[in-house]
Design a protein around this ligand. Structure first.
Ligand code: FRU
Length: 334
């Protein structure tokens, strides 16, 4: 960055936003010469991530002044690093990355940012501040809301299985710490079994088989995503124990978590918006004006068997981490 550009960037940061002095642009934002956006997806082989890409595509397709190039790292950190390096080399005008893991994906994202390519980090975080804008829901708050819901549901205490997401990714860390906050002070709620299912349903199912084999009394499964809760339900069903257990998940896609709630598989799921549409809106803003907020926090709803026909209920914006967690309603049957 030239000195003047650096000064502009510093002033902009002080003013609460980031300005990019675009280097050599790949496109110029016209129909004939659209801006080029690189979209680095860590794993398209999961329903929530397919939805994220669909949300990006739906938002980008009507715009003829930008073009998105998609890369899928197929759940391979090294591959995702290489794909980001390729985007830097092209170069693209802007990068959207949903990184698999925080630490190993930080260096290439930082390199892109320092090379003057604006970077939007989606859903999972990286380490440090070398990116233009982070877009995602607050996983600590979601975990805490889940914890409080669980604390109310297990009024007389109970045994919990926690199926964690990949613990080298930030949503799993945050959903775990938020959950512990949510059940704080409830010594009668015991996490009798926990495992890192790496966000994948088949792993969750296997882990739940082990949990069922070891513990005669399991009252509730807290899955860090809906595939985990569903995998656990399948394992429980195979042993005829699914009706004795409450299943809690996160993601809340209409075709997945919400459908499971309607089918009576999950008791509750917490929405985790993909941010795909917001990423394209923000990208456009950055490309046009060079400005973006450093952080964009998306709101979340929760869906129970009682509220799902009304479209779920929003987690309160201000109070969700301060104690007004959603309470289980109505029909308490498992
Ligand atoms: C998909 C996914 C979602 C989860 C998100 C967290 O890879 O596991 O189910 O909510 O990633 O980053």
């Amino acid at each position: 960055m030239k000195n003047t550009n650096r000064l502009v960037a510093m002033l902009a940061i002080l003013a609460g936003c980031v300005v990019f002095a675009a280097a050599a642009l790949a496109g110029s934002g016209t129909k004939a010469d659209p801006w080029v956006i690189g979209m680095s997806q860590c794993n398209l082989n999961e329903p929530w991530r397919t939805q994220m890409n669909a949300d990006v595509r739906n938002a980008a397709e009507p715009l003829d002044n930008l073009k998105v190039i998609y890369q899928d790292a197929a759940n391979d950190t090294l591959k995702q690093r290489a794909q980001i390096e390729e985007f830097i080399a092209q170069p693209v005008d802007l990068l959207i990355v949903s990184p698999k893991e925080a630490v190993p994906l930080t260096p290439p994202i930082s390199r892109a940012y320092r090379a003057g390519i604006p970077v939007i980090v989606l859903d999972r975080r990286v380490v440090g501040q070398d990116y233009t804008c982070f877009i995602g829901a607050d996983n600590v708050k979601i975990g805490e809301a889940a914890g409080r819901w669980i604390a109310r549901r297990l009024a007389g205490g109970g045994n919990v299985v926690e199926l964690k997401g990949l613990m080298t990714s930030t949503p799993a860390q945050d959903r775990h710490s938020g959950f512990l906050k949510g059940i704080k002070g409830r010594g009668d709620i015991k996490i009798v079994f926990d495992a890192d299912m790496q966000w994948l349903e088949p792993n969750a199912r296997k882990e739940m088989e082990s949990a069922l084999a070891r513990f005669d009394k399991i009252d509730l499964v807290y899955g860090h995503n809906d595939p985990a809760a569903h995998g656990a339900w399948l394992a429980a069903k195979a042993t005829g124990r699914e009706k004795d257990i409450v299943f809690v998940g996160i993601d809340g896609l209409p075709q997945e978590g919400q459908a499971y709630v309607r089918q009576g598989i999950l008791n509750v799921c917490f929405e985790y918006p993909t941010g795909g549409r917001e990423a394209i809106e923000t990208a456009l803003e950055i490309l046009k004006s060079g400005k973006a907020p450093k952080e964009m926090t998306l709101r979340s709803r929760f869906f129970t068997r009682e509220n799902i026909d009304k479209g779920g209920e929003w987690l309160p914006e201000e109070t969700q981490s301060k104690g007004t967690a959603p309470a289980p309603e109505g029909n308490k049957s498992k």
